[in-house]
Design a protein around this ligand. Structure first.
Ligand SMILES: [Zn+2]
Length: 642
């Protein structure tokens, strides 16, 4: 179901040699400027004028720290993230896997610096491949006999050097050394793009995965706005507020003279008051083709996207010819607009929730949000949804987009847009990608890939958080009292993942292969499915909200580890949301996450200038125990006010 395409994309990734990532990094956790100056390895450039790290000169060049992002939270705390680079005659080269977050209080004082850095910088290979040749070489590797031998097929049927994205030279960890490697995107003639990591000496492909499959699909944009209506997909869900298209189930839509009389409107919500993003709902238009070849199989089969046509007054969803509630009437009624209405409605709720949490849209800048209702995804057993942030240089709907696929006729699921936690999960990926952006480039082999596991786990938590903020209590459809993910997509009571159910050796969801939710570090071997492993964060969120012990503690023998005080679903969710936004570096792992969360909890929630002082000791203890309950202990003592 959801996020499935990401999984497939990872299956498509491959490697000829393994990179032993992060073998020689060390963790840094300090809380004073002088300690930070002493700890940092390398000079600081544009990081903080008062942080004076020692110069570090290697045989190849100088090591420097450069700022990569900065944000200010609601309390006025500043968060600056920096990475190590090698300063070489040809330019600065990022040392991949280094990142430290420096966190300043409202008074400007450093409160914590947390992250990982490298201490030795021996480059084990030569920089033989020049940047101007990288795309040619990578394209040959991905289309040639070497690719065929390894994969049984060529990664790309053909390749074209579009050059829209220059190759980036990195120093990546390899055992106790570093190696030069290029990160480069190789495109075929139809715009499909493969993100590739290639050794700068041996020319071996170290990593390759789809990054943009939809480059050639371009919709038109709307002109004027009028009102139109969407309806819920589920007949058992009330849909109030027809009157208010912004707050209810309805759609705001665009009138265009070209539309037929049945579908005179297009789905679009414009931003207003500069405090909301523009939202667009697109529909794939014929010819429909298979996943991954939709826009690139042959030049004769170019589908595109159009803004979704919505009926002026479409009424309730009905059972169509397939004997289920369907968004499409094959007998001639055409598209109904229910999935589009739900998608827009729930995207709106997600944005509102993020706004309440202090974030301006998914990206922090009210960036536009797009949803595509896919007409055909025939290789998929059920409805799926996934987030894809294609390059800004590709055509629309390039850029941040949630794709929702149609379920097949015999599906036990509705469209994924029937479920708020599903839609919020996908936009949660947008939050993650524009903040911590957990590293996946060196996830070789890609299973298990910790960065992807953490991404799925946090996206699930944010999905649950938004659902609990915007849906009423209760255990029926579109209510919020459960701890299950994507339960509203199901027609027969199934769930995809869950923070408080022990599914033993696995459970079925729709027609997908079995999911096997992991509730603890030792709950079985690492599975191929990153969502299963990411489910451990759903357990953390549940325990941090409600208190208590791991739902599977009897079989895990850890019922003695309990969260003493639940913080409530909002308090726990906001704490995890803030931890991600402001404290987690891209290099976070399951092992280091509890330490970051603990530091973040004190920084974000202590009140040391009040009387009496508040150390947030209760929150720190709950965070500590919630992670301990999934098998990740932090040995740090609780932090206290000075
Ligand atoms: Zn996901």
């Amino acid at each position: 179901m959801k996020k499935r395409v990401q999984f497939l994309a990872l299956v498509a990734a491959f490697a000829w040699i393994a990179v032993n990532a992060f073998a020689q990094t060390e963790s840094v956790a300090v809380s004073s400027r002088s300690a930070l100056s002493a700890a940092l390895v390398g000079s600081t450039i544009n990081v903080d004028g008062d942080v004076a790290a020692a110069r570090q000169v290697t045989p190849g060049g100088e090591v420097i720290w450069k700022k990569v992002r900065e944000s200010i939270d609601n309390a006025g705390h500043r968060h600056v993230f920096a990475r190590q680079y090698l300063r070489l005659p040809g330019g600065d080269v990022e040392i991949f896997g280094s990142e430290i977050g420096m966190h300043y209080g409202a008074d400007g004082k450093l409160s914590a610096a947390l992250g990982t850095q490298f201490r030795s910088f021996h480059i084990a290979n030569k920089l033989r491949l020049s940047s101007s040749d990288v795309q040619q070489v990578a394209a040959a590797k991905l289309t040639g006999g070497l690719s065929k031998r390894s994969l049984g097929r060529a990664m790309l049927p053909s390749a074209e050097i579009t050059g829209h994205k220059p190759a980036v030279l990195l120093a990546i960890p390899s055992g106790n050394d570093l190696r030069f490697a290029y990160q480069v995107a190789v495109s075929d003639e139809n715009g499909r793009s493969i993100e590739t990591l290639i050794d700068a000496d041996s020319e071996a492909i170290l990593h390759a995965s789809d990054s943009a499959q939809f480059g050639n699909c371009g919709p038109s944009l709307p002109k004027t706005m009028v009102g139109a209506f969407g309806t819920p997909q589920r007949s058992d869900v009330p849909h109030p507020a027809y009157q208010n298209p912004y707050l209810g189930r309805g759609l705001a839509a665009n009138a265009t003279s070209e539309r037929g009389t049945d579908f005179p409107y297009e789905a679009f919500v414009p931003g207003y008051w500069n405090t909301s993003p523009d939202m667009y709902i697109f529909q794939e238009i014929p010819p429909y083709t298979n996943l991954g070849f939709r826009c690139d199989s042959t030049r004769l089969e170019y589908p595109g996207y159009t803004l979704f046509p919505v009926k002026a007054d479409s009424g309730y969803a009905q059972a169509w010819g397939y004997g289920r509630f369907d968004d499409y009437d094959p007998t001639g009624g055409g598209w109904h607009g229910s999935a589009a209405g739900d998608a827009l409605h729930k995207t709106w709720q997600t944005v509102s929730a993020f706004s309440d949490l202090g974030r301006h849209g998914f990206d922090g800048y009210w960036g536009p949000m797009q949803v595509v209702i896919d007409a055909s995804m025939i290789s998929f057993p059920d409805s799926t949804a996934y987030f894809w942030n294609t390059s800004a240089t590709t055509q629309n709907p390039g850029g941040p987009t949630v794709y929702i696929t149609t379920p097949p006729y015999n599906s036990t699921l509705y469209y994924s847009s029937a479920s708020l936690d599903q839609i919020a999960h996908e936009w949660g990926h947008g939050v993650i990608n524009s903040t911590a952006g957990f590293s996946t480039t060196t996830c070789v082999p890609h299973t298990p890939c910790v960065g992807t596991q953490l991404s799925e786990g946090f996206a699930d938590v944010f999905g649950q958080l938004v659902e609990k903020m915007y849906e009423p209590l209760g255990s029926g459809p579109e209510t919020s009292s459960d701890w299950d993910l994507a339960e509203d997509v199901s027609k027969i009571g199934q769930y995809a993942f869950s923070g408080n159910r022990d599914d033993g050796s696995g459970h079925y969801y729709g027609n997908f292969p079995m999911f096997d939710n992991k509730l603890h570090r030792l709950d079985g071997a690492d599975p191929a499915n990153d969502h299963d492993r990411g489910n451990m964060l759903n357990v953390v969120y549940y325990l941090l909200s409600e208190g208590g012990a791991n739902p599977a503690c009897t079989r895990l023998y850890n019922c003695g580890t309990t969260v003493p005080t639940g913080l409530g679903s909002y308090g726990a969710g906001k704490l995890l949301f803030d931890t991600l936004q402001f404290y987690l570096p891209s290099t976070t792992t399951w092992d280091t996450l509890p330490n970051y969360a603990n530091f973040a909890t004190f920084d974000l929630y202590s009140r040391c200038s009040t009387t009496p002082k508040y150390d947030a000791a209760d929150k720190q203890e709950s965070v500590r125990k919630a992670f301990e309950a999934i098998g990740y202990a932090t040995t740090n003592a609780n932090r206290t006010c000075p």
